[in-house]
Design a protein around this ligand. Structure first.
Ligand code: AMP
Length: 397
C-alpha cells in the first residue's frame, strides 16, 4: 500500500509518498508560496533529478492537483494513476478537546478542525483546506487526520489545567494541549523499542530540540507532561519563541512600548527566543558560531537555552519519580554533539554518563550513554511523516 502524507501550512504544502511495505519514501516535495506570487513546486524522487515548476497556485486545491500531476507524470512520476494512493494522512495542528487519536475524516472531524481555528489560527485553516482539496481531487480515497495535540491529550488534569478560573476551561477549553505530538509519540515509542526498555522501566523524556522545541515525559509511551501549552509558545526557549515568561511581561511591554497585546504576542512568537537574546539569528548554527567567536549575547542565548532544557528534564524526572531514558531528537537535538554533552553533564546527579565516542555519530538511532550510566541516553531521528503514514495505514486496514 502507498500512503500520501500532507503537511499544509498557510502558504505551503509539504508531502511525502511512502511505500508502506518497505516504509521507504518514494517521492517527496514542497509547494511554496501558495496564494502568493512566484508559487513553486519542488518534487524529489530518489535516484532521479529534482523536478521544479514555477506556476501559479492560487489555492491549496491547485497545489494538491499539481502534486497529483507530479506523482503520475510519465517522466518524474512514481505511479501511473492516483488510484494507487491508498489513503492520505494529514498532519492537523489542533484537535481541541475532542480528538486525540488519529481518525478517518468525516463531517464531524472537519467541524472540530474548524471549531479549533482560534486555537491554531495559522495551521488549522490550512489543514482543512488540504483535506478538502484531497476530497475533491481523489473522491473516495480516505483522508486521515493525525493531530499534533493528540499525544498531550493523555495528560492528567493536574498536568494540563492552568490555575485560572475554572470557567475558562469550561467555556473556551483553555488548558495545556502540548504540540509536536507526532514526534514525541514516534520518538518515545522508538526509544522503548530501540532501547529494549523492559516493562516497568519505560519512563522516557524526549527532548525535541529544533527551531520549535519541546520536551515530553511519558510512561509506557503515554504522555505524563509536555512543555508546550495552549499554544506552542509555552515551555523551552526556541528559535524565535520566548517559551515561559511571566504573563505580566505582556502588559508591561504593551504599556511601555505603547503597542497592543497582539503586537507583544507577535514579539514573543517571532522575535524572541535565541533570536531575541542573541540579536544574531534564530538558527542555532549561527548563534553557536558567534558564541565560539566570543560573542557574549550568543553565549548567553545558548546557555539560557541549555539551562531551560536541564530545568525541564529535572522537573519531569520529579513528575515521574524517576527516568529510565532520555532521548534527543530534531535538528539541534540530533546534530549538536557538544550541547548534548553539556546538558547531560548538568544531569550527572542522575548518574548519567555519556560515551563521548558514541556521541560523535549522526543520522541513525544511537545509544550515547555508557553501559554503567544509571539512565540510558539516546539520539533518535524523528520521522513525523512515517508516524502519520503508520497511523493512517492502521486506520484504513
Ligand atoms: P528543525 O526545526 O528540527 O528542522 O531544526 C532546525 C534547527 O536545528 C536550526 O536552528 C538549526 O540551526 C539546528 N541545527 C541543525 N544542525 C545543527 C548542528 N549541527 N548544530 C546545531 N544546530 C543545528
Amino acid at each position: 500500500m502507498k500512503i500520501l502524507v500532507l503537511n499544509c501550512g498557510s502558504s505551503s504544502l509539504k508531502y511525502q509518498f511512502i511505500d508502506m511495505d518497505t516504509e521507504k519514501v518514494i517521492a517527496k516535495g514542497l509547494c511554496e508560496r501558495i496564494g502568493i506570487d512566484g508559487s513553486q513546486l519542488t518534487h524529489k524522487v530518489p535516484g532521479k533529478e529534482d523536478f521544479e515548476e514555477i506556476t501559479p497556485m492560487p489555492t491549496h486545491q491547485t497545489a494538491v492537483e499539481l502534486v497529483m500531476k507530479a506523482l503520475t507524470d510519465k517522466e518524474h512520476g512514481v505511479i501511473s494513476d492516483v488510484s494507487e494512493i491508498s489513503a492520505v494522512g494529514h498532519r492537523v495542528l489542533h484537535g481541541g478537546n475532542k480528538y486525540s487519536d488519529p481518525v478517518i475524516v468525516n463531517d464531524d472531524v472537519k467541524k472540530v478542525i474548524r471549531e479549533c481555528f482560534d486555537l491554531g489560527p495559522l495551521h488549522n485553516p490550512a489543514n482543512l483546506m488540504g483535506i478538502e482539496a484531497c476530497e475533491k481531487a481523489m473522491p473516495g480515497t480516505p483522508n486521515v487526520a493525525v493531530f499534533d495535540t493528540g499525544f498531550g491529550m493523555a495528560m492528567e488534569p493536574k498536568a494540563y489545567m492552568y490555575a485560572i478560573p475554572y470557567e475558562y476551561y469550561e467555556k473556551y477549553h483553555i488548558r495545556r494541549y502540548g504540540f509536536h505530538g507526532t514526534s514525541h509519540k514516534f520518538v518515545s515509542n522508538e526509544t522503548i523499542k530501540f532501547g529494549n526498555l523492559p516493562e516497568g522501566h519505560r519512563k522516557v523524556i524526549v527532548c525535541h530540540l529544533g527551531n520549535g522545541a519541546s520536551i515530553s515525559a511519558s510512561i509506557d509511551g503515554k504522555c505524563v507532561d509536555t512543555s508546550m501549552g495552549l499554544t506552542p509558545l509555552e515551555g523551552l526557549i526556541m528559535g524565535t519563541r520566548s517559551g515561559d515568561v511571566d504573563p505580566a511581561v505582556v502588559q508591561f511591554i504593551a504599556d511601555h512600548e505603547n503597542i497592543s497585546v497582539d503586537d507583544v504576542l507577535t514579539i514573543l512568537n517571532k522575535k524572541s527566543g535565541i533570536l531575541g537574546l542573541s540579536g544574531i539569528s534564530s538558527d542555532f548554527r549561527d548563534v553557536l558560531q558567534a558564541d565560539a567567536e566570543g560573542n557574549e549575547r550568543a553565549k548567553l542565548a545558548n546557555a539560557a537555552f541549555r539551562y531551560r532544557v536541564v530545568k525541564y528534564i529535572g522537573a519531569y524526572v520529579a513528575a515521574m519519580n524517576g527516568v529510565d531514558a532520555i532521548t534527543f531528537t530534531a535538528g539541534f537535538g540530533e546534530n549538536n554533539v557538544d550541547s548534548r554533552v553539556m546538558i547531560c553533564d548538568a544531569l550527572s546527579y542522575l548518574g548519567i554518563k555519556i560515551d563521548k565516542e558514541a556521541n560523535k555519530e549522526r543520522g541513525k538511532n544511537m545509544c550515547i550513554s555508557t553501559p554503567d550510566s544509571k539512565v540510558k541516553v539516546f539520539v533518535i531521528p524523528t520521522n513525523e511523516e512515517l508516524s502519520i503514514a503508520r497511523d493512517t495505514l492502521s486506520l484504513i486496514k
